[in-house]
Design a protein around this ligand. Structure first.
Ligand code: PMP
Length: 406
């Protein structure tokens, strides 16, 4: 056990207190989305009950309150990731839209025929496909940085791939399929040494430790609110200021303009240039509450607790006949991807669900690395701050029943 009190943290998450298929819920699908604490749910309810109004243009009290909370949340996120300025925090619909924004806006203007974009072989589809789309438009290529059989990036191979035609390196901070922690500070440094930019996909890192975009020295950092105990439908794009200043808007509409006329339109300053239309105000305010919640936690204790859960689960896996761990990188967050001999991952997932244990099965939107490993997918148990050792025991009890059944 650890000093971190996961049982107390659990009480903040009302959804966990329910039965599924006649069993108390064990939620181990945190890499897909984390649950929301009462404080986040309440912030959204309060907004709709007290402050609901459009932001930035109203001349009345509700609009002022909504705008104040909306911008306060941006300031919180900026501080949370150590962005030099809040104007470098742009609200998007999620990690996916953040990457699409950079690929479309920066990519179309800066990539040329013959340019190379490098992504790791174990990226999420959302950090592959947007690059393939812009590459097809401009005649660039998207190439995979090799990943070994443990789910670890081959840094030597990466260094050898770098040349002056590489313009962008886009890499996950943490693999959603295996939990591997990638050495992104080193990746950024190597990319910069060769004149390339680096976008870091922080979707799977942001909930696990304090991210510092200045220490990483990355050009872009992207993540989703819903993986940080916040609402769905909201993401963050952090970017280096001079890059964002130089980039064209992604979408046109209200809010992103300075002045519109049929002779020509000028664009708003950062961050509004990239925030066309009415934003997801409630989710932004919910995200502010999520950041407050996380900052009030003992974050180091939480990380140690998650690590202890993973170590315990991996130890039990060794004692489980026919269970094979997939992705055994030395440096990992609390994600356990595995296979059960003779069973399709999908069937295992269904049989676990019947026992109240929620996991994810399939290729985890990382089909290329599953193809490389020669498997259709895995069963993935991913742990968060409110999971307990009892949850791990429930998973293994349920797996024992699955094995009997199959
Ligand atoms: N990248 C990674 C590493 C992810 O885990 C996810 C979500 N599974 C995404 C990108 C996409 O995030 P979203 O669906 O919230 O846009």
């Amino acid at each position: 056990g650890t000093a971190f009190d996961a049982e107390r943290v659990r009480l903040d998450f009302p959804i966990l207190n329910q039965e599924v298929n006649g069993h108390p819920l064990v939620y181990l699908d945190n890499a897909a989305t984390t649950q929301k604490p009462k404080a986040v749910i309440q912030a959204i309810v309060d907004y709709y009950q007290q402050d609901n109004s459009n932001v930035h243009r109203g001349a009345h009290a509700l609009a002022e309150r909504a705008t104040e909370k909306f911008e306060a949340a941006r300031n919180k996120v900026a501080r949370f990731i150590n962005s030099p300025d809040a104007c470098q925090v742009i609200w998007t619909r999620g990690t996916t839209e953040s990457i699409n924004l950079v690929a479309a806006s920066w990519g179309r203007a800066n990539l040329q025929k013959g340019d190379r974009i490098l992504v790791s072989a174990m990226e999420h589809h959302s950090n592959i496909v947007p690059w393939q789309m812009v590459a097809a438009e401009v005649g660039a290529t998207v190439e995979a940085i090799p990943v070994d059989g443990t789910g670890t990036i081959d840094m030597q191979a990466f260094e050898q791939m770098l040349d002056e035609r590489v313009r962008m390196v886009a890499c996950g901070h943490v693999s959603n399929a295996f939990g591997s922690i990638n050495p992104v500070a080193d990746i950024v440094k190597l990319a910069h040494d060769h004149g390339a930019l680096c976008l870091v996909d922080g979707a799977q890192a942001i909930s696990h430790w304090a991210v510092d975009v200045q220490a990483l020295d990355c050009d872009f950092y992207v993540f989703s609110a819903h993986k940080l105990f916040g609402p769905t439908g909201l993401g963050v794009l952090y970017g280096r200021r001079e890059l964002l200043e130089s980039m064209s808007p992604y979408q046109g509409g209200g809010e992103m303009i300075e002045s519109v006329s049929f002779d020509g339109t000028t664009y708003n300053q950062l961050p509004y240039k990239f925030e066309a239309g009415t934003p997801d105000i409630a989710s932004v305010i919910g995200m502010g509450a999520a950041v407050d919640y996380v900052e009030a936690l003992d974050r180091e204790g939480a990380a140690a607790h998650e690590d202890a859960l993973l170590a315990y689960a991996q130890k039990r896996a060794l004692d489980t006949p026919g269970m094979k761990l997939v992705g055994t990188a030395r440096n990992k967050v609390a994600v356990m991807s595995f296979l059960l001999e003779g069973a399709h991952p999908h069937d295992v997932g269904m049989l676990l669900d019947q026992q109240g244990v929620a996991v994810r099965t399939g290729n985890h939107c990382a089909q290329p690395i599953m193809d490389q490993f020669g498997i259709p997918g895995t069963i993935r148990a991913s742990f968060s701050i409110y999971n307990t050792f009892a949850d791990v025991d429930r998973l293994f009890e349920a797996l024992a029943k699955v094995r009997q059944f199959l």
